[in-house]
Design a protein around this ligand. Structure first.
Ligand code: NAP
Length: 262
């Protein structure tokens, strides 16, 4: 039996697979893109800022990996189709979707405007649905696929002033369960990753405004620290890889234990 069991290298090998990663020029998306590229995937990196995303793709290519940059605002109505088409055009197929972009507006619930609510929900869940809708046909054609959506612990535990963000992440997890059920017969898995608190530009304004926030979060976390992007990248690699072939409809918490600590 021991000799028949696949090696870790085989279980996490993404050679010949094409991955589309949104929000890939910084933070968690960049960490996950590096992990998937290092495992052998051809990666398509999406972000709005052309210079930054092109520099990231070049960085991967300089390391001998395969990467293509796509400067695109993924919240545009037809951007999801454009991104999937670009991946197919550049690499001929699409096997892995990693939907990572979100937006937030921090305000008390009664002060949130209609436009702000819509903006956060569009980025938080509608974009994920559009990407799944666009990615399903090429995955069906390939006979398999992996869809991964970046949720948050804020889908289940919250602080004040994050109503739209929390609602979007909770809706995203509902979408993941529906995709798992609908696309499972086509051997397409759909899972979410729920990060706890990670040191990224995304929460830098909050850390600047409230210097005590950093230590408060570290103290609330079982492991006593904030996460670093590579701590999340390994979870994305698992969900993208052959190792997770029977995992679908799940939400993988990567939160240093913040949701289990009283
Ligand atoms: N960091 C945390 O502690 C944490 C915790 C829980 C969940 N999350 C989730 O993790 C995900 C990533 O967060 P992060 O902290 O890594 O964010 P970040 O550091 O702010 O990076 C965001 C990335 O997304 C790109 N981006 C933003 N809006 C975009 C758009 N409309 N179209 C295309 N690209 C866009 C940015 O590049 P451009 O600005 O050039 O477009 C950048 O590459 C989000 O879904 C967030 O909700 C983060």
């Amino acid at each position: 039996m021991a000799g028949a069991f696949p090696t870790p290298a085989q279980l996490f090998d993404l050679s010949g697979q094409v991955a589309l990663i949104t929000g890939a020029s910084r933070g968690l998306g960049w960490g996950m893109a590096q992990a998937l590229a290092a495992a052998g995937a051809d990666v398509v990196l999406v972000a709005r800022g052309a210079e930054a995303v092109e520099a990231r793709a070049a960085e991967l290519r300089d390391a001998g990996l395969s990467a293509h940059a796509l400067a695109l605002d993924i919240s545009g109505q037809h951007a999801a189709e454009q991104a999937v088409a670009a991946a197919q055009e550049r690499f001929g197929q699409l096997d892995i979707l990693l939907s990572n972009v979100a937006a937030s507006v921090r305000k008390p619930v009664q002060e949130l405007g209609e436009g702000e609510w819509q903006h956060v929900l569009t980025n938080g869940v509608t974009v994920g649905w559009r990407l799944a809708r666009a990615a399903a046909p090429p995955m069906r054609q390939a006979g398999q696929g992996r869809m991964i959506f970046v949720s948050s612990i804020n889908a289940r535990i919250v602080r004040p002033e994050m109503a739209a963000y929390a609602a979007g992440k909770a809706a995203l997890e509902g979408l993941v369960r529906s995709l798992a059920v609908e696309l499972g017969p086509d051997r397409i898995t759909a899972n979410a990753i729920a990060p706890g608190y990670f040191l990224t530009d995304g929460n830098a304004p909050l850390r600047r405004q409230r210097p005590e926030f950093h230590d408060w979060i570290a103290g609330r976390t079982a492991l006593g620290r904030w996460g670093m992007p590579d701590n999340l990248a390994t979870a994305a690699l698992y969900l993208a890889s052959p190792a997770s072939s029977f995992t679908t409809g799940s939400v993988l918490l990567v939160d240093g234990g913040i949701t289990v600590k009283i």
